[in-house]
Design a protein around this ligand. Structure first.
Ligand code: PLP
Length: 413
């Protein structure tokens, strides 16, 4: 059975040659990952070789435009979608804001939008503001006392007034993988749009948009080992129903329809390096292969996911008998390697500080999912939860260090 070669993976990340990243065990990955060397190379090249207005007649402007096109094309190929359905924005928060304004075309007074209590604020606030502006109803899919979303709690919220459902693929706190496929199956016949926040999911499992078939899917590349951008897929037929948010003379270009910001050109060009990273990793693990980039990316992403799942299981086993409560499931069944917990003996900030003393980076707080924390009864959401979020470059040794610190802390009482 092929397993992820973590030494190889780490050799692809120049961060590990630097003093702080090499001594720190990074478990803050849900906040942002290290950047693959192939991405950095493209980024540096763009800024040094041709940081000019792209797409002009001169050789240098042409080169800049070509590199940006290659970045866009690589992202589309990685996702198995067309470049026309791909919007690159500065962040997912910005993309959701843009999308919510665009949805003013299908939401009106008396209609309803469903959000969840589990989402990051980026996929709630934009919809709340839209509903307030248009006099539409905001309905909330509630969480259970574990912080999880259950389909039976969504059903009563659905009727013909609902225009869109905005939900997370997996929460940045709870980690459970939500049943997006089932929601789509249930509501698509009613013409309801499904908008998915994949920010917390994509770093652990590369999204399979062609299989999932959402109406819109967003994630952030600064958490998937690349530059700081927000990727937004909008299904072509859904896009046509929405108000364009671009300059009027760009409406004819589908890929510009929701482009309000024109993010950093070098960051777009550098996305081609993410394509290189997945392709090279695939070749390293599986040998030369002529399958399309999307299929190869799915395959290598499965290896990354299996590796993270193993590490996270090691953590769960190591802390099982400590006085810690985990939000969501305490098994890896149906969850991502992203664990949020609280201690009955220490504040979350104290846990984070104890880990920091052992050169382990794991933050605490509400991670912008403030409503979720309040709903599960965590009143001090600034102290919030300790979050231990894995990436595929983490090692067993690093994970054991986390376990050791948490054990020592709780057993010394
Ligand atoms: C689950 C989730 N959704 C949305 C966002 C917002 O993404 P961005 O920082 O790109 O605006 C984040 C950021 O941490 C997140 O974790």
């Amino acid at each position: 059975m092929i397993k992820l070669d973590v030494d190889y993976v780490r050799s692809c990340f120049p961060a590990f040659t630097q003093p702080l990243p090499s001594k720190t065990a990074l478990f803050e990955n849900a906040g942002g990952s290290y950047v693959a060397g192939a991405v950095l190379d493209r980024y540096f090249h763009f800024y040094t070789a041709n940081k000019v207005q792209p797409y002009g007649a001169s050789e240098i402007c042409h080169a800049a435009g070509e590199q940006m096109d290659a970045g866009r094309q690589a992202m589309a190929d990685l996702l198995g979608i067309s470049t026309q359905s791909l919007t690159l924005g500065p962040s997912t928060t910005q993309n959701f804001n843009t999308l919510a304004v665009a949805c003013g075309a299908i939401v009106d007074r008396g209609s309803a939008v469903i959000v969840t209590d589990q989402d990051h604020e980026a996929n709630i606030g934009a919809w709340e503001r839209l509903c307030q502006r248009l006099g539409a109803n905001l309905r909330t899919w509630p969480i259970n006392n574990q912080g999880e979303l259950c389909l039976e709690d969504l059903e009563p919220l659905i009727d013909e007034s609902v225009k869109v459902i905005c939900m997370t693929h997996s929460s940045n706190i709870v980690g459970t993988i939500n049943p997006v496929e089932k929601v789509i199956e249930m509501v698509r016949p009613m013409g309801i749009g499904i908008i998915v926040d994949g920010v917390s999911f994509a770093p652990h499992q590369w999204p399979a948009i062609p299989d999932l078939k959402p109406d819109a899917y967003c994630f952030s590349t600064y958490k998937t080992y690349a530059t700081h951008l927000g990727v937004m897929y909008v299904a072509p037929e859904f896009a046509q129903r929405l108000d364009p948010q671009c300059h009027y003379f760009n409406i004819q270009y589908p890929e510009k329809r929701f482009d309000t910001a024109g993010p950093d050109h070098a960051s777009i060009a550098a996305l081609a390096g993410l394509g290189d990273y997945f392709a090279d990793s695939h070749q390293h693990h599986f040998g030369a292969n002529s399958a399309d980039l999307y299929s190869r990316t799915q395959e290598i992403s499965n290896l990354m996911h299996e590796h993270e799942t193993e590490l996270c299981q090691l953590l769960l086993d190591g802390i099982a008998d400590l006085p810690l409560s985990i939000l969501g499931r305490s098994t890896m069944q149906g969850r991502e390697a992203n664990i949020a917990l609280r201690s009955s003996q220490y504040s979350s900030s104290a846990l984070s500080e104890a880990l920091a003393k052992a050169d382990i980076a794991a933050g605490h707080g509400n991670f912008y999912a403030k409503r979720l924390l309040e709903k599960v009864g965590i009143e001090d959401s600034e102290d919030g939860v300790l979050r231990i979020s894995f990436s595929h470059y983490n090692t067993r040794g690093e994970t054991q260090r986390v376990v050791d610190v948490l054990q020592q802390l709780h057993r010394s009482e």
